[in-house]
Design a binder for this molecule. Sequence first.
Ligand SMILES: [Cu+2]
Length: 309
Amino acid sequence: MLRIGFKKVLSRVKAFENYKMGPWVHYPGPLQNEEEGIMSGKFNKAMLIGMAISIGLLGASQSMAYDGGAPGGASITGKITFKGTPPAPKLFSFAKFPQPNFCSQADSDGKGNRVLKEVNVENGALRDVVVYIEDIKKGKPFNFKGTEVKANMCRFLAQGGPSTFVGVVMNKAKISIENTDADPSDPKTKDGVLHNPHGYEVKGSSNTTMFNKPLPTKGQVITEKVKLRKHDSAMKVECDQHGFMQVWFFPVENPYYTIVGNDGSFAIDQVPAGKYEVEAWHPILGHQEKEVTVSASGKVEVDFDFKAQ
Ligand SMILES: [Cu+2]
């Protein structure tokens, strides 16, 4: 069972050292935390080889590449609802953070607080949900162009979708964050309000830093490669200057995702016939899955109902 050639093991080690491992390998526990110095020499080569052998054995769990040359004709539609009383928004006193006057121009409660609505419900419809077909190996074309975020009025806003609180990323693709903030009335920040985007991989209660970069100047953009190492994790970006600047990203591996509209509805089209797990993901409320079967040109409706945690 342990018959992996030494050369192969070495190439695994090399790959590991170069951070080129596949995205969804279940790493042995300690490897999950880069910040604890796994790559900084605390571990010797023999240990790395040992780990490489385990990774080699687990290699079969890596997902296969997606084939975008086989679009189908079915569609999956539905609506995301929320039952009960949504949790109250989080409040952050602007006075406790830099540039309170500038930042208070957006999403203020009028009493000196930033309002962060993590669970946004209007007329029973839940916003900021990603709906995704898991493990679909082929279908419509997938040309993921990367993820864009703007720092605007001391908010991180996900670009290009109906939600600014939630977007999607793809492992090994790019995420770019642009600073659009400057305060001409303040000599210290006339060229830019300093934001400090801090990217995390989040799984349960564990947060691992992906990057942490200052962004001091208006018009400046930082671009990072998304490096997710755990199965079923998500990504979050927070500002180390302004703790209320928070945005979430769900990792996708195929084009069959969408973010619900303001009325909680969604539609996923060009689905090939088959049986699928459809997932609805909310960064605070967690995820739900439902199995659906679609025929060649059928329409299937699937709804999800979330509750307070
Ligand atoms: Cu900031």
